[in-house]
Design a protein around this ligand. Structure first.
Ligand code: UDP
Length: 252
């Protein structure tokens, strides 16, 4: 049904380019939602990102999200300050739930139906993660927000993104960043950093390029899910990438 819905919606807008992907997972880091702040969320940025997601949903793409928690708490920082690593990681996972609820709120304000599914059950707040439920929500056109990462300490939300994209049989994993693709070094710091249009999973692993962590890259490779790195701050950027347009780096 989903494919037909995508085709019908896309065909209904004259002049629209065909969709490259029917079902995608968007990975947003917590920092992407911070705006200019040092900590937490900037509601205006959350609304902006929700607007970008809405455009893609309106095109008929099935979208699910994994949101990080680095804007609130990272397990490694807690561990560095003497905390037990697992406890610190659970705190990090709870931070992702806060971000997921903020994004759900922004999407629903924009009239996009959503469901938050948490890998750590918290039934008063959201649904527990159940793969078949998640699939059903997606088939119904709801944006599914996967909260609490993988539910396990010692992992990251990058790994959660590759895991859920594999489970949901997504056609692509979109990694939203502040820049328009993968560079050999941070382009904000290194003036002549090289930008790549296309990379293999092995290039990323062997050159230690900062795309996603190595377990996420390995899992995406195993599941044959391309990773598209693009800027979420480019207006309409997400929608363009869905049509194979705009600027992004593809890892496949
Ligand atoms: N985390 C975890 N297991 C997971 C996902 C996340 O323990 O499966 C914890 C970990 O402490 C991590 C924090 O949650 O530092 C926030 O996630 P992440 O650092 O991936 O967020 P991002 O950098 O994307 O904002």
């Amino acid at each position: 049904m989903s494919a037909n819905l995508a085709e019908q919606k896309n065909m209904s807008s004259p002049g629209a380019s065909p969709l490259r992907y029917k079902r995608v997972l968007l990975k947003l880091s917590g920092e992407a939602l911070m705006g200019g702040r040092d900590y937490g969320l900037d509601p205006a940025i959350v609304d902006r990102v929700a607007g970008e997601i809405k455009q893609v949903v309106d095109m008929g793409v099935e979208v699910c999200l994994v949101i990080g928690g680095g804007n609130i708490f990272r397990g490694v920082s807690g561990a560095a300050q003497g905390m037990d690593r697992s406890t610190a990681d659970y705190m990090g996972m709870l931070a992702t739930v806060i971000n997921a609820l903020a994004m759900q709120n922004a999407l629903e304000k924009a009239e996009v139906p959503t469901r938050v599914l948490s890998a750590i059950p918290m039934s008063s707040v959201c649904e527990p993660y159940i793969r078949r439920k998640a699939q059903r929500h997606m088939e119904k056109g709801r944006v599914v927000i996967f909260a609490a990462g993988t539910g396990n300490p010692f992992f990251t939300t990058d790994s959660a993104a590759a895991l859920r994209a594999s489970e949901m049989q997504c056609d692509a994993l979109l990694k939203a960043t502040k820049v328009d693709g993968v560079y050999s070094a941070d382009p904000a710091k290194v003036k002549d950093a090289k930008r790549y249009d296309r990379l293999s999973y092995l290039d990323v692993l062997s050159q230690d390029l900062q795309v996603m962590d190595t377990s996420a890259i390995s899992l995406a490779r195993q599941s044959k899910i391309p990773i598209l790195v693009f800027s979420i701050f480019e207006t309409g950027g997400f929608a363009q990438v869905m049509q194979g347009k705009g600027r992004f780096t593809i890892v496949e």
